[in-house]
Design a binder for this molecule. Sequence first.
Ligand code: GAR
Length: 193
Amino acid sequence: MVKLSGYKKVKAAVFISGTGSNLKSLIEFSKKKKSPISIDLIISNNPKAKGLKIGKMNKIKRKVYNFKKKYKIESQILYDLKKHQVKMICLAGFMKLLSRNFITKFKGKILNIHPSLLPKYKGLNTHQRALNNNEKYSGCTVHLVNSKLDSGKIVLQKKVKITKNETVKSLAKKVLVQEHKLYPKAILKVFNL
Ligand code: GAR
């Protein structure tokens, strides 16, 4: 899906809104020789996102945008992505919806990680809804982003068993451990590696 040119890593941006544990795992992965991407820019809609500190510790350029004026902000982001020669975007706990126009500009080059076995439980409160429905399994999905919420082509999924006394907290924790492994694997897959 995404082509590597020569031996150079493809420059990627990671979009975050909060803790940034997926960002951390992506940074660790990007530093490995086998990684087809480098992380050159971190974009957050939230100035208090803990993930920004992770970016700072790793000396990665960070930008915070207030998404209230979404269209204006998106054109600024597109400008920044171009400036940093970013060719791929990884959404990692990014809780804002990107416009169709923005997505079209990076068609097939935006990945997202979602804490459910899509197409089940798109949107928010995935763990609570899975537990309410007495699901036996939940998990996580890495997918390509299209203009519909959590609906693009699935790249990889990982199932997680829901145990008897599972809580939202315990399930979220268990799923996150798998997310950190799944995202790098999905990136290798989109590069056919
Ligand atoms: C992760 O569980 C991610 O899948 C989820 O937010 C969490 C972010 O954690 N994303 C969504 O729900 C997007 N719809 P992190 O900031 O520690 O990576």
